[in-house]
Design a protein around this ligand. Structure first.
Ligand SMILES: Nc1nc(=O)c2c([nH]1)NC[C@@H]1CN(c3ccc(C(=O)N[C@@H](CCC(=O)O)C(=O)O)cc3)C=[N+]21
Length: 290
């Protein structure tokens, strides 16, 4: 029987737990965690994502601030605004929505965010901590994937994981998280020769390619677990993943849908990490974020 790895359901459950925790905090008179999302310009996809983050934060009961900046904002102005939130002791998490306008250097921006407020896990210090196997803040999409697999008791120790995609936000951090789980990891990408030969060896196949329904059943081993990180709009505006879900479904043991798989988990891990920092900033006992 094929298991549908329902990210939406787990996201709802985890966010309800966070809401209970925040309510409990309120009753104890603690300061409520605050998340600041900085959105630059008018990119419509970014606006939708930011809206979803704001909705989740509000549902949980966090203080949620969306700081909207004009497309023309200079890098220096943006760095000043980040510095302001770094210094603000009521702010637990800061996220600058990517991608940035071309005139702003992404690395400078990611370096400017206090690593202790870096709920995206993109600061080089947090990236380095993950690299050496001592993670603190994790990138949310791969963290969500690991959390979803663990919820379904999918064994990773000694398993062959093949990741398609080498981005800094998905492929590379997921490689480290999978290594930390004792999986054997292969990263493939657009220049990989004989991609199918690689993917057919995967016990767990992760598709982060950016091409609608690229992965068909001939790429997938019988009984594999398939994780679809893709977010593509087809011609009728419908959201489709990188995996041809209907074609692959009969062959796999478990699979994430799009929508309702990895996406809602990404947002949930952002909320979890905001709570994690909130607990620490409020002097509560440090909490496990592993
Ligand atoms: N600094 C930064 N951090 C991010 O985490 C970040 C970012 N920049 N830039 C853009 C990407 C994209 N991203 C998504 C999160 C949730 C869904 C999501 O919830 N998707 C829903 C569907 C949403 C819909 O219908 O459009 C689902 O899969 O079910 C999608 C995409 C976070 N990102």
């Amino acid at each position: 029987m094929t298991v549908i790895l329902d990210g939406k359901a787990l996201a709802n459950k985890m966010q309800a737990n966070l809401a209970n925790e925040v309510a409990d905090w309120k009753s104890k008179g603690y300061r409520i965690p605050k998340l600041v999302v900085i959105l630059i310009g008018e990119d419509s996809a970014s606006k939708v994502y930011v809206k979803n983050k704001e909705k989740s934060a509000q549902k949980i009961g966090f203080h949620s601030v969306v700081r909207r900046l004009d497309e023309s904002v200079s890098e220096a102005e943006l760095l000043d605004i980040i510095a302001e939130y770094n210094q603000d002791e009521t702010v637990d998490g800061i996220l600058v929505q990517l991608p940035l306008p071309k005139h702003i250097d992404e690395e400078n921006v990611l370096l400017a965010i206090d690593p202790k407020k870096d709920v995206d896990g993109f600061h080089p210090l947090n990236v380095g901590k993950l690299f050496v196997g001592d993670p603190d803040m994790h990138p949310c999409t791969p963290f969500g994937i690991i959390t979803l697999l663990k919820e379904h008791n999918i064994e990773l120790v000694g398993k062959k994981v093949v990741i398609i995609g080498r981005s800094n936000i998905v492929g590379k951090p997921l490689m480290h998280m999978m290594l930390n789980e004792d999986a054997t990891v292969t990263i493939t990408h657009s220049k990989t020769k004989n991609l199918k030969e690689e993917t057919l060896t995967a016990d767990v196949l992760v598709a982060a390619i950016g091409q609608a329904e690229f992965i068909t059943s001939d790429y997938v081993k019988d009984g594999a677990v398939v994780i679809d990180v893709g977010m593509n709009r087809n011609s009728d505006g419908k959201l489709v993943g990188d995996v041809d879900f209907a074609d692959v479904l009969p062959k796999v043991s478990a699979i994430t849908p799009v929508p309702g798989g990895v996406g809602p988990m990404t947002i949930t891990m952002l909320m979890e990490q905001t709570m994690y920092q909130g607990r620490k900033h409020c002097g509560e006992e440090s909490h496990d974020n592993k």
